[in-house]
Design a protein around this ligand. Sequence first.
Ligand SMILES: Nc1ncnc2c1ncn2[C@@H]1O[C@H](COP(=O)(O)OP(=O)(O)OP(=O)(O)O)[C@@H](O)[C@H]1O
Ligand SMILES: [Mg+2]
Length: 339
Amino acid sequence: MNELNIDYSKMAIRERICLVEKICIIHPLFKGTLDKIRECHECSKYSAEPKCILITGPSGAGKTTISRHYVSQFPRQTSEEGTIIPVLFSTISVPATVKNVASGLLYSMGDPMAHKGTTYNKTLRLYKLIKYCAVKLIILDEFQHFIDRDSDKVLQVVSDWLKVLLDETNIPMILIGMPKSVEILLANEQLQRRFSTRKELSPFSYKTPEQQDDFRKFLKILESKLPLMEQSYLYAADTSFRFFFATNGIISKVMKIVRKATVLALEQKLEKLTMDILAQAYDYEIASKEFIVENPFNENIDKLLNSSNKETPQTVKATNRRIKAKKKEENISNILSIS
Ligand SMILES: Nc1ncnc2c1ncn2[C@@H]1O[C@H](COP(=O)(O)OP(=O)(O)OP(=O)(O)O)[C@@H](O)[C@H]1O
Ligand SMILES: [Mg+2]
């Protein structure tokens, strides 16, 4: 049964599809990132110098989702006296000029005149609003936009502007971006000193038994949140390997496949995700877009294991042994004892 023992069969299909879209999983591996954000946030109460952190990870690793999840725990409070914004989240636009970044922050605060005024004017308005709205943490997403795409150069003026924003407001800041964001800090000594704490949000790996269990645990949590009435055993050794093969552990790809598969299952009046449904979802969401012919959900598992990354033969062999042994011996639901 599902996590909350809800009878989803009584719900309209559309309602159930909405539930799939909203799934957000806080896997133990993501907790480390959340803890780092919380640390910065809480230190704003006592620290002389704001504690700042750079969080990097490849596209689809879940950076934005995890940070938005954190922000959602600190809702804005509006009263007659004004609005309190405990955590300010903003996305750095392109081109990342000072004017645009300042406008973006003002817009995120709800300033109806966010795009109006000179750069200097906007900056002063931002300082005032940050104080007035009692902002205690600033999160800036897409930090890699501080590197100009055409010239590949770090935009120094806006980097310096950010450093001054930090000094003037004395509020901790979380920067989020693709791995190359590190280059921006390397090019600006003063910013680098302020962001000496780094955290990497990597995709799942499948090299060691522990990593395989982490990925399977993620699939188990995911399955428990699906609005379906029967178990799909996504975390079974065979299926989880197919998932890893299909996604390289990138969470956005896992979610795409599972979301599409759930829609297909509901349309076909099924209450679980079968291998056939997963194969259809993979074809629709991944194979057709990335021009891949092989479908890991309807391939022979041994063929998959043989064709998987030759650079990590131990992984493949270890996984092969694990899967074969477990396939023989146990009821699939008992393969992984996850509480
Ligand atoms: N913890 C999670 N639980 C459920 N779904 C997630 C989670 N993390 C990411 N996703 C899903 O994966 C997709 C991509 O996530 P997200 O936008 O957070 O990645 P990102 O690392 O910010 O990528 P990019 O660098 O391209 O902006 C989203 O559709 C989101 O729903
Ligand atoms: Mg993102």
